[in-house]
Design a protein around this ligand. Structure first.
Ligand SMILES: Cc1ncc(COP(=O)(O)O)c(C=O)c1O
Length: 478
């Protein structure tokens, strides 16, 4: 089936329109839109495309035939013969894109992360082992979605998300996290949620309070919106309410970003008492907070504390969470659970940014959730990750007994452990990298006087992989 040619100019309607069309066709052939041996579109198709009578199109093609560009084949049409044509040079040839010059970005944007080869022993990822993901189950859900969805179901839809998915998500969050009465918006990972919050709430020059050591993706979203960062100190029990008060007193803080369940990067769980203090301060200084609950499902020490957002009578907590850590990060499934008054502004911001999320992914996930496959998977991830934490701690003990000055606190949940290496973590991380070991190092998370910690993602590695990586890390320390 011959494909239509793209005719970049409409033929002029002069006294001899067939000549104008012949010139345009010559140009299209000269630019190799159709190659020797290919058939041109039929007379009928070309005449529809150009809005000319087919007699006129035939006259133009006969001219091209006379010039040796094309040959007529009975009952098949016109076939391209040779290029370039006998008419000589073609005006305005197509050109590959030039390199362009770098313009200064309009907003401060972080430098892209260096993308070198992946280290063979990589502790820098805090998520589940993707190799254990039950892909056949999700594949069956995608197949069912593609079978059952009508093409019109995949048209432009609700910027908040696909209704069956939002219904499953609402029930899940109500039952498993105690979230009631919130407006949901499905996002492309929680990174998009952070970006939307920054777009909706941060004015250039506003202060956003962040934990002294914090998640770079969140900081970058605020900085890109023109925020200044105010850092709240941490201690061994997480965010310090007294220091939060100091920061809030200083004024102009619009938002606080915090990771209360498993502080990022130090993994500490904020106690119920501190949570109450934080909420009271937010109230006193009339500040909003983003609760970034990025790995809620994986808590080892009893049931996870209810999110701050589950006890938020004022509606001042913007709750975001992600399934990246427990499913597949590439699916990009995160969400916002908002106080209802904020829903219209965020729906509008979502529409501006990307109109809507991925209906097919959300439909397949809704099916998986309805069949209980999703929660079965979460139970398995929790179980396997806890076993991996046990093996990791045993290996750390072994290294410590062999003289490494390492100490740590068993994390209450999550996929990473915060290791005190008893020395400057920066040169250690550099030496580890030279041995093929990837780690995240304390000074990457914020300014710190004596960086001495590594955040080690243990859950995606088997005990054998953990052992090899730790052995090399120990050598990097020695
Ligand atoms: C604290 C925190 N928030 C948000 C995210 C963003 O995750 P995603 O965009 O994949 O949902 C991450 C990912 O590492 C994270 O650690």
């Amino acid at each position: 089936m011959p494909r239509l040619l793209t005719l970049f100019r409409a033929p002029a309607t002069g006294p001899q329109p067939y000549r104008a069309l012949a010139a345009i066709l010559r140009q299209a052939l000269g630019q190799a839109q159709a190659r020797p041996g290919e058939l041109l579109p039929s007379l009928r198709e070309l005449s529809q495309q150009c809005g000319l009578h087919w007699h006129t199109v035939r006259a133009a093609l006969q001219e091209l035939e006379a010039e040796g560009w094309v040959a007529a084949e009975p009952r098949r049409g016109y076939r391209v013969l040779s290029l370039p044509g006998p008419e000589g040079p073609i005006d305005a040839p197509l050109q590959p894109c030039g390199p362009g010059r770098a313009w200064a970005p309009a907003r401060p944007l972080p430098a892209p992360a260096a993308s070198g080869p992946k280290p063979p022993h990589d502790f820098s990822w805090g998520h589940a082992d993707l190799r254990g993901f039950p892909l056949p189950e999700l594949r069956a859900c995608f197949a069912a979605s593609l079978r059952r969805l009508k093409p019109q179901d995949l048209g432009y839809g609700d910027p908040r998300g696909h209704a069956p998915y939002l219904a499953q998500l609402e029930a899940y969050l109500r039952r498993r996290r105690g979230l009631l009465g919130r407006s949901l918006l499905a996002t492309q990972g929680s990174q998009e949620a952070l970006h939307l919050i920054a777009q909706v709430l941060v004015r250039p020059g506003d202060s956003v309070a962040v934990e002294a050591l914090s998640y770079g993706g969140a900081r970058n979203a605020f900085l890109a919106a023109g925020a200044r960062l105010a850092r709240v100190r941490l201690d061994a029990d997480g965010l310090r309410p007294d220091d939060l008060e100091r920061v809030l007193k200083a004024g102009r803080v619009r938002l606080l970003h915090l990771t209360p369940l498993h502080q990022y990067p130090s993994t500490v769980t904020l106690s119920a008492a501190r949570r109450r203090q934080v909420y009271a301060l937010l109230r006193r200084y009339d500040v909003l907070a983003i609760e970034d609950d990025y790995d809620h499902e994986v808590h080892y020490r009893g049931p996870a504390l209810a999110p701050l957002a589950a006890q938020d009578p004022d509606g001042r907590i913007l709750y975001t969470s992600s399934f990246s850590k427990v499913l597949l990060p590439g699916l990009r499934v995160g969400f916002l659970a908002l106080p209802p008054a904020w829903a219209p502004a965020f729906t509008a911001a979502r529409r501006v940014a990307s109109f809507q999320g991925d209906t097919l992914v959300q439909d397949a996930l809704a099916r998986w959730m309805a069949q209980d496959g999703f929660e079965r998977h979460l139970r398995r991830v929790r179980r396997v990750s806890e076993q991996r934490l046990d093996s990791f701690e045993a290996l750390l003990q072994d290294q410590a007994q062999r003289g490494r000055p390492w100490s740590w606190r068993r994390p209450d949940g999550g996929f990473a452990l915060w290791l005190d290496v008893g020395a400057d973590s920066r040169p250690l991380a550099a030496r580890a990298a030279a041995l093929g070991v990837g780690v995240l190092e304390e000074s990457q998370f914020g300014p710190t006087k004596k960086p001495s910690h590594l955040r080690l993602g243990f859950a995606r590695l088997t005990p054998q992989e953990q052992a090899r990586g730790l052995e090399l890390l120990g050598r990097a320390q020695a």
